[in-house]
Design a protein around this ligand. Structure first.
Ligand SMILES: [Zn+2]
Length: 133
């Protein structure tokens, strides 16, 4: 979402709600551009400006795609690990927030993209890489 700085917080939240309602209706695959793209964990700074979560690549419509897509458009978002520092991040349509292990535990999580088992599926490692185009 391209927001300029003259919008106040209420307006940003109103527009975010409209945006999310549209996405929820169509169950659109989440992708996002963050204006503050650095990992929110102190000392990391890993840039995640454009993220395409590519949830469809998990091939699990009922178990993964639908619940995560729904959480995204309802505004609660989901959590995943920063590919650089490994810290938990809560991703929403508005921002990235740093979470501790305890804070992350009640949230829906992005499945582990096989950082440990590289032969699972090559495509699954793409989820947090920065888009180049
Ligand atoms: Zn990080």
């Amino acid at each position: 979402m391209n927001r300029n700085l003259t919008l106040d917080a209420d307006e940003v939240e109103r527009l975010d709600r409209v945006y999310r309602e549209g996405g929820l209706r169509t169950m659109a695959s989440p992708h996002i551009h963050y204006h503050e793209p650095a990992c929110p964990h102190p000392g990391c700074g890993h840039k995640m400006e454009w993220i395409d979560f590519q949830l469809e690549l998990f091939g699990d419509l009922e178990g993964i795609y639908k619940p995560l897509v729904k959480a995204w458009w309802e505004g609660s978002g989901f959590v995943g690990r920063c590919p650089s520092c490994g810290g938990w991040i809560r991703f929403t349509t508005l921002r990235m927030e740093p979470l501790t292990d305890d804070q992350a535990s009640p949230h829906l999580k992005l499945p582990d993209h096989g950082r440990r088992s590289h032969n699972s599926a090559r495509s699954l490692t793409l989820h947090l890489e920065r888009r180049t185009t």
